[in-house]
Design a protein around this ligand. Sequence first.
Ligand code: F6R
Ligand code: MG
Ligand code: MG
Length: 367
Amino acid sequence: MDVTLSVIKADIGGWVGHSVTHPDTLRRAGELMAEAKLQGHVIDYRVMNCGDDLQLIITHSHGEESKVVHGLAWDVFLECTEVARSLKLHGAGQDLLSDSFAGNVRGMGPGVAEMTFEERQAETIVVFMADKTASGAWNLPLYRMFADPFNTAGLVIAPNLHCGFSFEVHDVYEGKRIVFSAPEDLYDMLVYLGSPGRFAVKSVWHRDSRQVAASASTQRLSLIAGRYVGKDDPVMAVRCQGTFPAVGEVLEPFAYVNIVAGWMRGSHHGPLMPVGFDDARCTRFDGPPRVIGAGFQLAEGILIGPCDMLGDVAFDTARRKALEIADTLRSMGPFEPHRLSLDAMEYTTMPEVSERLASRFEPINAG
Ligand code: F6R
Ligand code: MG
Ligand code: MG
């Protein structure tokens, strides 16, 4: 039987400021999801948070983009927004960009990563959730997991991984997509993956079996809203073991520090720090950006977990390095490359400033 895993997330209000999700909103989400499970709408669920984002990890049999599941998630976010409003949390309902639900949360603010597959004898999955960063932050880790033999030994030495993986990449500005096959398209693919502000990996597939291996959220809030409204704070789900990279190969990219966009006001680069669940709390300069990894085994769609994968001491060195990089970048204040480039600022505050100052610019050779 096919099972669908849907990871749907939204920032519906922060406590304190944009630091974390309040326990009362998590509790309310849990109550509503428990009710939905009792009524048989979903097989299982977990309510989690990374920083100020609330994630619903749901297993069900309705397939992707299902009205039932997306509608449920939308209702949960609306109810949790009410809780956030009653506590006067910061930015209550900030990611819900529309007043009316039209059957699917895509394009309405929440981030979605979904995959449908036949559950294997042992179905191992890691769900990654990030805060204070943009869609595209997964490009580098996904490249390492599924295309880099220095990261994933299995690409070289496991016969069932040797065929490689294909990558579905979205141009989030133009609304176009392209599929690359690794290893033969690697150099072409990296031209695009290396620009995560515009190109983001949506999904990864095993080339022989055509089984889905990974799925990521790629919504760009600022592009949907046409102005800066908050961070994408993406999620992704990765299947592991067997014909997919081992859990350790999937976690390995996070042992190295990836510098991402999205820190303070969505306008700064910062290190994506791997942390345990209890440290998914954004503080310094509203960050630094962080990522958690929730490991699960599936048993007939029941989520056995989460296991806190990045909380392990094996990632302490990455954390220390991330904090050192944070110091270096912070010392640059409003200067690039800590602050995003002018191009990226075009989608935030830059147009307002340039319009206001337009008349003060004059040709250099005026006199
Ligand atoms: C939000 C974030 C924060 C905010 C900043 C200003 O995810 O990263 O850095 O951008 O705290 O927030 P507002 O404009 O809500 O006061
Ligand atoms: Mg927030
Ligand atoms: Mg957030």
